[in-house]
Design a protein around this ligand. Structure first.
Ligand code: 6PG
Length: 245
């Protein structure tokens, strides 16, 4: 494992939520002290929910860092925010409705327009935001990712050959479970982050975790996460790490 890649194994999913929240908070504070703001992109799925729950309790909820935090999405299913499959809708219940974050610091992906238009519009949202802070490139302070049992990450699925240019920060795809249109950030954006944190929990992830770390012959989307200059941390619980050598 190279110097900028770290693996942390904790005993169970509660510890994973706890450690994830602790790292989130540490990176937030450091980003604010270095640059005056914390810019994070969160993923969907079930794993981050416990961490979101933890972040919306003390000591995190009463911390001042939320005032300077900006939350974007790594990917989104193109369903109404009230739908149970909506990543934004779920985060609103678990986290956003509880934390003291200014409402104009929350940037959901647009879902009620045609997928291609949604991707273009979110790319414009990113451009406008990053330009406003003097960055031509989208460099997030933290990107939170998960993996599927098939090795997908964000909404970048193994069965799909993605053809997009280096100028494409957001694309629309159809696939996954649920099999709906989705918007997702591309590797172009993901790999530019200062920190990337994978949260992986449960024994159904053990085999894919093993092939990610120990099988050089497989080509999986999660393997394409290689930070250009930042750091990458794999936070795994014991069950997810149980097949590792
Ligand atoms: C999504 C995702 C996706 C997710 C993984 C892991 O919206 O589907 O962002 O990439 O992170 O599928 O999901 P679980 O945490 O539910 O296992």
């Amino acid at each position: 494992m190279s110097d900028n890649i770290k693996r942390i194994i904790v005993s169970n999913s509660n510890q994973l939520a706890e450690k994830g929240a602790e790292m989130f908070c540490e990176i937030a504070k450091k980003s604010i002290s270095d640059r005056g703001r914390f810019v994070v992109a969160v993923s969907g799925g079930s794993t981050p929910r416990a961490m979101h729950g933890r972040l919306s309790q003390d000591p995190y909820i009463s911390d001042a860092f939320w005032q300077n935090t900006h939350i974007f999405w790594v990917d989104e299913r193109m369903v109404d925010f009230a739908h149970p499959d909506s990543n934004f809708g779920t985060a609103r219940k678990d986290l956003l409705g509880k934390i003291p974050i200014p409402v104009n610091h929350i940037y959901p992906m647009p879902v009620m327009i045609p997928p291609k238009e949604g991707a273009e519009r979110y790319q414009m949202t990113l451009k406008t935001f990053f330009q406003s802070i003097g960055q031509d490139d989208p460099v997030f302070d933290l990107i939170l990712l998960g993996i599927g049992t098939d090795g997908h990450t964000a909404s970048l699925f193994p069965e799909q050959a993605f053809t997009y240019s280096n100028q494409s920060w957001v694309i629309s795809v159809k696939g996954g479970h649920p099999n709906v249109f989705r918007l997702t950030l591309t590797y172009v954006v993901l790999n530019r982050a200062r920190h990337i944190l994978f949260l992986v929990s449960g024994k159904d992830k053990a085999l894919i975790v093993k092939s990610l770390f120990e099988d050089n012959t497989v080509d999986l989307p999660a393997k394409n996460i290689r930070p250009l200059r930042g750091t990458l941390t794999w936070l795994l619980d014991q069950e997810a790490a149980s097949q590792l050598f």
